[in-house]
Design a protein around this ligand. Structure first.
Ligand SMILES: C[C@@](CO)(OP(=O)(O)O)[C@H](O)COP(=O)(O)OP(=O)(O)OC[C@H]1O[C@@H](n2ccc(N)nc2=O)[C@H](O)[C@@H]1O
Ligand SMILES: Nc1ncnc2c1ncn2[C@@H]1O[C@H](COP(=O)(O)OP(=O)(O)O)[C@@H](O)[C@H]1O
Length: 352
């Protein structure tokens, strides 16, 4: 008896992707294309999105359903990032865009934790696998960058430095596991509005090239120009030149953070957390200052606005301590919901 065994095509593929927190986010002045050159360190955390892509009849097109605690906040049409990702794979490969997508959200919506970007990354990988398109990692990353600055990191996961728009990634070696608590607000903040307020606070509007970025610690420095370290000003190249070159702020400023990650030292990591967008997010949502205060009273090792906010991230000594910080937020009525997670978490993975 002879014969070939042909594997039946999988009827569906499920891909899991993580949310993120920016351990450091430094921004230069806005570029001509409306983006800001960043120097950021992403850490993926164990809050996951799951996207399932299922075969449908030829010609059926793309359809989308969403589940999870904040599903009602997410668009269900072709503006959804998962839908746009499926379309991008079809356009790139010339395949028919026939797929039923289901998104299960485990990352807060519009919270500065890149849940939408995680959906885009998951949908890229799921459609590539479902349609047997054979896209390379590089092609997926390129398609992801076209969908949003945060999407390439959701593919990669773990911990990475991001420069350019945040989409040029270099993996960072880390040791051990870090424990986080997150205070999520009922109403999200839009990323463009936070960057716009950052520009206003920087005296940026109408004065490209002469910009200064205000930092949440009260220090002010020239945007795009090399940052100050230890009170010393390094001058090479002007801010105007840096703005036009779209140069990212110097990641060299974050040597202490890198050492803390390598050593797996949460206390040192807590001291090195920093977000240039924090002042803008707190300016738009003054109540966030109190959320950070509550975390400090609960003994956090460090607290900051996650990305463009309004989620507040607090680094804890242990899982137990993360739960204690979350409980303190709940008791103070400081958050709509509280979440705990660990980082780093892996990037896009096909389940099953
Ligand atoms: C701020 C960050 C930090 O990781 O994340 P979130 O807090 O939104 O999750 C990211 O830079 C957000 O990335 P993402 O949300 O993918 O941004 P995109 O969709 O590409 O851009 C939305 C808008 O944000 C602004 N933007 C984004 C990235 C960047 N480097 N400079 C910008 O000025 C621009 O106004 C852009 O039109
Ligand atoms: N799949 C998606 N999940 C969540 N939001 C989405 C999605 N697709 C589009 N969006 C839109 O993007 C906005 C921000 O998305 P999200 O990634 O959750 O937050 P952030 O950019 O703050 O990290 C949402 O308010 C929503 O309107």
């Amino acid at each position: 008896m002879s014969g070939h065994l042909h594997a039946a095509p999988e009827p569906s593929v499920t891909v899991r992707t993580p949310g993120k927190v920016n351990l450091v986010l430094r921004s230069g002045a806005v570029r001509d294309d409306g983006y800001h050159p960043l120097s950021t360190v992403f850490q993926a955390v164990s809050l996951f999105e799951e996207v399932t892509a299922t075969h449908v009849a030829p010609g059926a097109g793309i359809s989308l359903t969403v589940s999870g605690p904040q599903a009602d906040l997410v668009p269900l049409d072709e503006t959804n990032l998962a839908w746009r990702a499926a379309r991008a794979v079809a356009d790139h490969t010339g395949m028919d865009a026939d797929v039923a997508l289901h998104v299960h959200k485990g990352v807060p919506v519009a919270g500065g934790m890149a849940g939408g970007s995680a959906d885009a990354a998951a949908a890229l990988v799921a459609c590539d696998a479902l349609w047997d398109a054979g896209l390379s990692r590089q092609e997926l990353t390129m398609l992801g960058a076209g969908l949003g600055a945060d999407v390439p990191f959701a593919l990669l996961g773990h911990t990475a430095v991001g420069t350019g728009r945040g989409d040029v990634l270099t993996p960072v070696l880390t040791r051990g596991e870090f424990h986080w608590a997150f205070a999520v607000q009922a109403e999200g903040l839009s990323t463009p509005s936070v960057f716009a307020r950052f520009d206003e606070l920087s005296g940026e509007v109408g004065a490209p090239g002469g910009a200064a970025t205000s930092r949440s610690d009260g220090e002010t420095r020239n945007a795009g120009a090399p940052p100050r370290t230890g009170g010393e000003t390094r001058v090479s190249g002007g801010a105007a030149e840096a703005v036009h070159a779209g140069r990212s702020p110097d990641p060299g400023e974050d040597a202490a953070l890198m050492a803390a990650l390598r050593a797996g030292d949460p206390t040192a990591l807590g001291e090195a957390l920093h977000n240039d967008l924090q002042a803008a997010a707190v300016d738009l949502r003054p109540e966030l200052a109190r959320v950070m205060e509550v975390a400090e009273e609960a003994g956090t090792l460090g607290t900051l606005v996650s990305g463009s906010g309004p989620t507040i991230a607090a680094l804890a000594r242990s899982r137990r301590h993360a739960l204690a910080i979350a409980a303190a937020w709940t008791a103070a009525g400081a958050a709509s919901t509280v979440w705990t997670a660990t980082g780093p978490a892996p990037g896009a993975r096909i389940m099953g």
